[in-house]
Design a protein around this ligand. Structure first.
Ligand SMILES: [Zn+2]
Length: 221
């Protein structure tokens, strides 16, 4: 900022605080703000300063060079709230820093319209999360549903025990409650055999009955 620039800036201040124009003040402000450009944001910084009430009500506002610096930086930073770097097309970005600085300055100064909303994140979730998400909303099979076959387990524990009524998957127990190896009847049912072993006497009795019946039927014909 040159003394001439500072003179214009001080004129903007005088509009609010009636300070008297002074060549000494203009040179002093130019020295205090060598890196600050006299742009719309520098003028806007003065307006913001006098548009904000003093910290202590009743205090007289009197802008200082550091106020211009701070408020101008604030105005520029607000435009960068949703700044997103625009990379060049393709994968290579050899002039990244140069491009970044240019875009930051264009957005901060208001040359490029600042985005009003934060950009949405693109891309899917992490593969681990995606894998978990696949299970969301899936119907959990209900064992009580007659259309759903029960979960098959190999061996005697795959069924409830017909002897001691141990549920599927639970070990057989003695009447005392102590665990024991699966009841033989449970193992037989699990193999698809009848639970009770046939009594040899019963087998012999049935065979005798059926032979007698066959003999009677043969006699009738
Ligand atoms: Zn059992």
């Amino acid at each position: 900022m040159t003394p001439d620039d500072a003179k214009q800036l001080l004129a903007a201040c005088a509009a609010f605080d009636n300070r008297q124009p002074s060549a000494i003040a203009a040179r002093a402000w130019a020295h205090a703000l060598p890196d600050i450009t006299l742009d719309n944001d520098a003028i806007a910084a003065v307006a913001r300063y006098y548009g904000t009430p003093p910290a202590k009500p009743g205090d007289r506002l009197w802008i200082q060079p550091h106020d211009v610096r701070t408020l101008r930086a604030q105005i520029r930073a607000e435009r960068l709230a949703n700044f997103t770097y625009e990379p060049p097309p393709g994968d290579a970005d050899p002039r990244y820093l140069e491009r970044l600085r240019g875009q930051l300055d264009a957005t901060a100064s208001g040359t490029t319209a600042a985005p009003t909303t934060a950009p949405a994140l693109e891309g899917g979730p992490h593969p681990d999360v995606a894998e978990q998400l696949e299970h969301v909303g899936r119907t959990v099979p209900d064992r009580d549903d007659p259309d759903t076959p029960p979960i098959k387990r190999p061996g005697p524990l795959g069924i409830a025990c017909p002897k001691c009524a141990a549920p599927t998957g639970r070990p057989c127990r003695l009447p005392s409650g102590t665990e024991r190896r699966p009841h033989p009847a449970r193992a037989r049912v699990a193999r698809g055999e009848p639970a009770a072993l046939e009594d040899p006497n019963e087998i012999a009795r049935r065979r005798a009955v059926s032979e007698r019946r066959a003999a009677l039927e043969g006699a009738d014909q």
